[in-house]
Ligand binder design. Structure first.
Ligand code: CU
Length: 366
């Protein structure tokens, strides 16, 4: 594991420099700016949506998957669709937005922008659903989660591909690895256009999953969510969500990524993970955990942010900590925001740019 870790860390730092170079270019702005809704929309859990609402959501996702990209063609990438615009943005910034103080804020902005794109560009009238994975433990229940349903969900596992059990990349208990064979994204060998990893040249692939039930149950059960909610300040909260870079050190963030993507699925790929539409349901729930934590002491936690500007720089050897005025960009898909703009999920243009709520939050059990 140690060898794998150091390779990953080295790659990380190399890309960090590259990402910094990219961020000085000013991207063309387009698409929705600050959402103009006055009343927050309400995000609900996938399994309580009606069959009709689920179908509407998946229809809108499929619309983004084919709607032409805004990323300029002269960038010479494999970006074809509006959906790819977001995947590309994530790939480009991967080493600048993970294991940093703005990890939670950036992904809140990213998920809300996806929600706005589904609504403004693809006729969706609902809110981004979340996936409360604490409802899918123990491990024996994982593969039958409603999100993997073949008819009303996102389809299930890929066929089993034997891996190398001695490899440090082998996610414990992985059970698939091939193309998704059921559901709305099955049977399309060109659904995913980018990746693996940081590759952004056109590379048509199927959507792959490699479910890891043991791993999911270990890192996504109620106890891990409670441990996360119990953290005393944002710095500790965010580190508990993200954990470390190894599988054993995962938090709820890695739990969802590796529990779905394992070793061979897109969700297990730190760069191209948004290529699996389940990414946004997972991240909506991570955001809901953050909001649940904020609500435990809203007066303090609407402004509590810390953590390194640079990847894994928890000792501040390369730079300082992120503050509320820290800038965030999503390239062509939204106007730039600061961390302060996203601290309140229902600021609705008055006290922030976000404008949604959750039907339910987690409570801290004492
Ligand atoms: Cu991410």
């Amino acid at each position: 594991m140690a060898a794998g870790l150091s390779i990953r860390a080295l790659l990380g730092f190399a890309y960090l420099l590259w990402a910094c170079a990219l961020s000085s270019a000013s991207p063309t702005k387009g698409g929705p700016s600050r959402p103009g809704h006055k009343v927050p929309i309400v995000r609900r859990e996938w399994r309580i949506l009606s069959k009709h609402d689920k179908a509407d959501y998946i229809k809108a996702v499929k619309c983004l998957l084919v709607k032409p990209a805004l990323t300029p063609a002269f960038n010479n990438t494999g970006v074809k669709s509006r959906y790819d615009d977001l995947v590309y943005t994530h790939v480009q910034q991967t080493n600048a937005i993970h294991f940093t103080g703005h990890f939670m804020a950036w992904h809140r902005f990213f998920t809300a922008t996806y929600e706005t794109m589904l609504r403004n560009e693809c006729g969706f009238t609902g809110a981004q659903p979340y996936w409360d994975w604490t409802l899918d433990s123990p491990a024996s229940n994982w593969a039958s989660s409603p999100v993997f349903d073949a008819v009303t969900g996102f389809g299930g596992n890929g066929a089993f591909i034997p891996g190398d059990p001695t490899s440090p990349w082998e996610v414990p208990g992985r059970s698939g690895g091939g193309c998704v064979t059921t559901g709305p994204f099955a049977g399309d060998n060109t659904l995913v256009h980018l990746g693996p990893f940081d590759s952004v040249t056109y590379n048509p692939q199927c959507l792959k999953r490699d479910l890891a039930p043991y791993f999911a149950a270990r890192y996504l059960a109620k106890n891990q969510t409670q441990l996360t909610l119990a953290q005393p300040d944002f710095g500790w909260f965010a580190r508990t969500v993200e954990g470390g870079p190894s599988f054993e050190a995962s938090g709820i963030h890695g739990g969802g990524h590796y529990g779905v993507g394992g070793t061979y699925g897109q969700m297990g790929d730190l760069f191209v993970s948004p290529a699996d539409p389940l990414f946004f349901l997972h991240h909506a729930n991570l955001d809901r955990v953050w909001w649940s934590w904020q609500k435990l002491n809203l007066r303090t936690r609407l402004t509590d942010v810390s953590g390194p500007i640079y990847l894994m720089d928890y000792a501040n050897a390369l730079g300082g900590n992120v503050t509320l005025d820290f800038p965030m960009t999503l390239g062509v898909s939204a106007a730039d925001l600061t961390v302060a703009d996203v601290m309140n999920i229902s600021g609705c243009g008055k006290t922030g740019a976000m404008c949604y709520e959750y039907d339910k939050v987690y409570t801290l059990q004492k």
